[in-house]
Design a protein around this ligand. Structure first.
Ligand code: ARG
Length: 581
């Protein structure tokens, strides 16, 4: 079997046979109808279904049941489909032969990509995520971005794309003027030995207060920005020191989460801003509005019917968030040669990115038929009281504490459920489970909805949780430890029992789950898939004896296929597997 060109998938096989049957119809007007094939809602009807007959009813002026029966007669089932049934109100359902499914599960076992569909041509994809702001603490919004972005990057890399992960940190702008002016005024860096992020945030708050209240402080802040932008050595050094403090704090989180990302903050684009705006002006792309330089967007109108502006330079000559993002877009397309750009932030920034993408297109920085741009937005994190997630003092929760508390919570659970493990085993298990639970709870919920943060819920042993999936994984390992795999005679997967067939079919759907997640950039599809895999595995384990059965060795192969798919799926979600629980 040629591994780089996988055979057509099960739904594709059914679709191709339906296509042939369709072409055999005498009515020409029917032949262009697009054929859709979906998994059957209920397995007793079959494995895949199509609503083709329902679609044809209008064109052919016949009842759908009659058309379905006619198509069924014209259909050549080929080698893999065992039978096709017709159910009301006109669905056609294909059931695959268990021999065909067995063969395919065996092929999956031998394929490093587990039969995932390879892209026609691998793309260069930039995934921008996390992107916290210097001198401010990361908050739950950044946590969501980090978890979702990391997982999307892993998915796309697994499918064979070339991924550049970028951390677009907020490391430039007026806040540094304030901070530098504050540090200058109070000689804060000298009195404080080695300030940490907390101290820095405190300075930032104090500086902001003074900035709002004291005009002379405002002037010195503005001067500090100018001197920083002009490359004044002392300002630059202070700026670097401030960034370094924040970076250490961010790194702690990334290490806990096992996230690897390249920092390329706003400051990186700073030298490109003035030349970019100048060039846009020369090209006649800029209109002045109240002294500010703007790109007025075709196709984006406000309530009064006027085109909406995308501001690239403020009336005071300063650049802003929009300018930097436009420069980043340009750089990513022209220099990084991205085929696709994915930016992961909260949904609150949706309009900003719509306008950015429209502006980029309008000034010719990318051609939408060649470069795909996506804003992957997500909802809020809520506390169990249903309100926006906050600590008692009203500050957005500190992320490190949030993660560390998850580990504490997991520790209680592990101590209670796994008393037979050693102390150090329990500690490392708790660390892994706590962090995994937080990640999984986030990824398993529909990202555009707000999600409720609850340690108790995310650490349940039953239901759609990381703990349940990891526990199922440990059960798989348990069987493998107990039953020796024999290399001879060479055996192959042989699905016989109903729960085995159902499990085998589900394994073959891994590629569908990945394709779906990729298309929509929704990771909960993969979570749902893995949850059902674990459930089907547990049903198989309940119904089919492995140890000592005459099918022992064949069933062991099926267990190994499950283990591989579950491990890979969890890996894509950023969740490491554990050996014992
Ligand atoms: N630093 C921003 C924030 O914390 C997020 C940056 C998102 N990315 C971008 N290209 N604008 O809200």
């Amino acid at each position: 079997m040629n591994l780089s060109i996988p055979t057509p998938s099960l739904p594709e096989i059914f679709r191709m046979q339906l296509e042939k049957a369709l072409q055999r119809l005498p009515q020409n007007e029917a032949k262009k109808v697009e054929i859709e094939v979906m998994p059957c809602a209920k397995e007793q009807f079959g494995h895949y279904q199509s609503n083709l007959a329902l679609k044809l009813a209008k064109i052919l002026q016949k009842p759908p049941m009659e058309i379905a029966e006619m198509l069924e007669k014209l259909l050549d089932k080929g080698e893999e489909i065992a039978h096709v049934s017709v159910t009301k109100p006109g669905f056609m359902n294909a059931t695959f032969a268990k021999e065909a499914l067995s063969k395919r599960v065996h092929a999956l076992l031998e394929d490093p990509l587990l039969c995932a569909a390879r892209p026609k041509s691998p793309q260069r994809i930039i995934v921008e995520f996390s992107s916290p702001n210097i001198a401010k603490e990361l908050h739950v919004g950044h946590l969501r971005s980090t978890i979702i972005g990391e997982s999307i990057a892993r998915l796309l890399a697994f499918l064979g794309h070339d991924i550049l992960r970028l951390n677009h940190v907020g490391d430039w702008g007026t806040q540094f003027g304030m901070l530098i002016a504050y540090i200058d005024k109070y000689a804060a860096f000298d009195t404080e030995k080695s300030p940490n992020l907390e101290t820095l945030m405190h300075w930032y708050k104090e500086a902001k207060k003074q900035f709002d209240a004291d005009p002379s402080f405002r002037t010195s802040s503005q001067q500090a920005v100018v001197s920083l932008q002009q490359g004044d050595a002392r300002s630059l050094n202070l700026w670097k020191a401030i960034c370094a403090i924040s970076r250490t704090a961010f790194e702690e989180i990334y290490q806990l989460l096992d996230v690897h990302i390249e920092e390329r903050g706003e400051s990186f684009y700073n030298p490109q801003l003035a030349p970019m705006v100048k060039e846009l002006e020369e090209q006649g792309m800029i209109e002045i509005s109240d002294g500010a330089k703007c790109i007025f967007l075709d196709g984006f109108t406000n309530r009064e019917g006027n085109r909406m502006p995308f501001m690239v330079q403020k009336s005071d000559g300063g650049f802003n968030y929009d300018t930097t993002d436009l420069a980043a877009l340009k750089h990513r397309v022209l220099v990084e040669k991205a085929d696709r750009i994915i930016i992961v932030t909260d949904l609150g920034q949706s309009l900003h990115f719509q306008l950015l993408f429209a502006a980029g297109k309008q000034v010719g920085y990318y051609d939408p038929s060649k470069v795909q741009v996506d804003h992957v937005g997500f909802g809020l994190v809520l506390g169990e009281d249903g309100k926006k997630f906050k600590t008692r003092s009203g500050e957005t929760k500190k992320l490190v504490d949030l993660l560390k508390n998850a580990v504490v919570f997991a520790q209680k659970l592990v101590d209670e459920k796994s008393p037979d493990l050693s102390q150090s085993q329990r500690e490392s298990l708790a660390k892994s489970l706590g962090i995994s639970a937080v990640k999984y709870a986030d990824l398993a919920s529909h990202r555009q909805k707000d999600y409720t943060f609850s340690y108790a819920r995310m650490l349940r042993f039953e239901g759609n949780t990381a703990v349940f999936l990891l526990y199922s994984y440990v059960r798989m390992l348990g069987i493998q430890r107990k039953v020796q795999a024999k290399k001879t005679p060479p055996l192959s997967v042989t699905l016989t029992h109903q729960t085995e067939i159902s499990l085998g079919l589900h394994l073959l759907r891994f590629s569908e789950a990945l394709a779906f997640a990729e298309k929509e950039l929704h990771m909960h599809y993969l979570c749902d898939y893995l949850y059902h895999l674990a459930e089907k595995f547990n049903a198989f384990f309940r119904d089919c004896r492995v140890e000592g059965a005459k099918e022992e060795q064949q069933r062991l192969l099926l267990v190994e296929a499950c283990r591989k798919v579950l491990q890979k799926g969890l890996y894509i979600l950023g969740i490491p597997t554990v050996d014992r629980m």
